[in-house]
Design a binder for this molecule. Structure first.
Ligand code: AMP
Length: 398
């Protein structure tokens, strides 16, 4: 069975075609600038890479382009659309409606629409992708997989903000959390690596990419996470500030005369590693500058690692102990220097990195010492496979 995994943004469409027997990625690609001039489709079929500059007026046209590439009689990877039994759509926000992945129906679409005010930049893209796939592949099962669903298990004491009750009761202002598919995937892999049932583990999973979030997981369920009502909260990120004193927002408006839009831009696009280093949001370049002695880059490194360290600390207390800490995504998987700084000085708490293993590269691996009471793993995330596995499970239940 083959599953098509779709991640549709407002002007992009990322996809993978996955074989569920081998978990191999048969094809993958990205349509960018959908709806704009200069749109293109870059893709890999097996080992062959290609780039097509092609007008993609909307998501319908983009999905059609993807399918025609997959079906191409010369170098395509399927002979008929019937080979794609099901499609998994990544949807960022499922609000309080969805606690797990679901087969898409009209009622499900209505609820995703209802969540749009909570994710105005993300949910409309997913909806366009769903509509296009429904039209072009009416026989395939369509499944929605939500970034927020995994965190719906959080207790009220974790997801409520200490704001007036009506803001939750009437406006659903609460912590939702994001990156749920990634946290879920790496937590399941950690249990496999520990050779223990997920149900008896306390884990902290750290998704450190351009966006960053940490999740405290007990028995396979999210009990707290660092992102909140939006993906702006929590740890310092590439361009996002993470948690700051909320009064700074009103000060920027009342004292510095910023508009609401400008404040949003500053906090989402001009802060984090970029804001502090004054150079870039890419940790590779911040690292090079820090190693060359740039004081702002050094500070950016220190603030980022300190931010992750503090949030891990919070979650250790939330869980009352931890069996393993997992690092994933661009920074977590690749930056040994950041990993070393995050765990520096934590030996008295039972967390000891093996500095040689930490320098190693490759896939899933233990980077703590053999006798460290708390294990630390690097586990490359694979959100697409997690989505495909959910789709496969729901398909088998049909
Ligand atoms: P992601 O959002 O998971 O794709 O992560 C992207 C981020 O990972 C980039 O912006 C980089 O900051 C970071 N990254 C990727 N590779 C490395 C590396 N070798 N060293 C440090 N940071 C890296």
């Amino acid at each position: 069975m083959k599953v098509l995994v779709m991640n549709a943004g407002s002007s992009s469409l990322k996809y993978q075609l996955i074989d569920m027997q081998s978990h191999a990625v048969i094809a993958k690609g990205l349509c960018e600038k959908v709806g704009f001039d200069g749109s293109f489709h870059s893709y890999e079929l097996g080992k062959d890479e290609a780039l097509a500059t092609i007008p993609l007026a909307d998501h319908h046209v983009a999905v059609k382009e993807v399918l025609s590439v997959l079906l191409n009689p010369n170098d395509g990877v399927i002979a008929s659309l019937d080979e794609i039994a099901a499609i998994g759509h990544r949807v960022v926000h499922g609000g309080e409606f969805f606690t797990e992945s679901v087969v898409i129906s009209d009622a499900v679409i209505e609820k995703i629409v209802a969540c749009t005010p909570l994710a105005p930049l993300h949910n409309p893209g997913a909806l366009m992708g769903i509509e296009a796939c429904k039209e072009l592949m009416p026989n395939a099962l369509q499944v929605a997989v939500f970034d927020t669903a995994f965190h719906q298990s959080m207790p009220a004491k974790a997801y409520r903000y200490p704001l007036p009750d009506a803001l939750y009761e009437e406006h659903r202002i609460r912590k939702y959390g994001f990156h749920g598919t990634s946290h879920r995937y790496v937590s399941q892999r950690a249990a496999v690596l520990l050779e223990r049932p997920l149900e008896e583990l306390k884990l902290i999973t750290c998704h450190l990419g351009n966006g960053c979030s940490l999740t405290a997981i007990e028995g396979g369920r999210s009990v707290d996470t660092t992102m909140g009502f939006t993906p702006l909260d929590g740890v310092m990120m590439g361009t996002r500030c993470g948690a700051i004193d909320p009064a700074i927002v009103t000060y920027l408006i009342s004292e510095l005369g910023m508009t609401v839009e400008r404040v949003n831009e500053v906090m989402n696009r001009e802060s984090g590693l970029l804001g502090i280093s004054g150079l870039t949001n890419d940790l590779r370049d911040v690292r090079a500058a820090a190693e060359a002695g740039d004081p702002r880059a050094i500070l950016a490194y220190e603030m980022y690692s300190n931010s992750v360290k503090k949030h891990i600390g919070q979650q250790v207390f939330t869980l009352a102990g931890v069996d393993a800490i997992v690092l994933t995504a661009g920074v977590g998987e690749n930056c040994d220097r950041m990993r070393r700084m995050i765990f520096e000085g934590l030996e008295p708490l039972g967390i000891t990195l093996d500095l040689e293993k930490n320098k190693g590269r490759g896939g899933e691996r233990l980077i703590s010492t053999e006798d460290s009471p708390v294990k630390v793993f690097v586990i490359p995330t694979n959100e697409e496979l997690m989505i495909a596995l959910d789709v496969d499970r729901l398909y088998q239940q049909q």
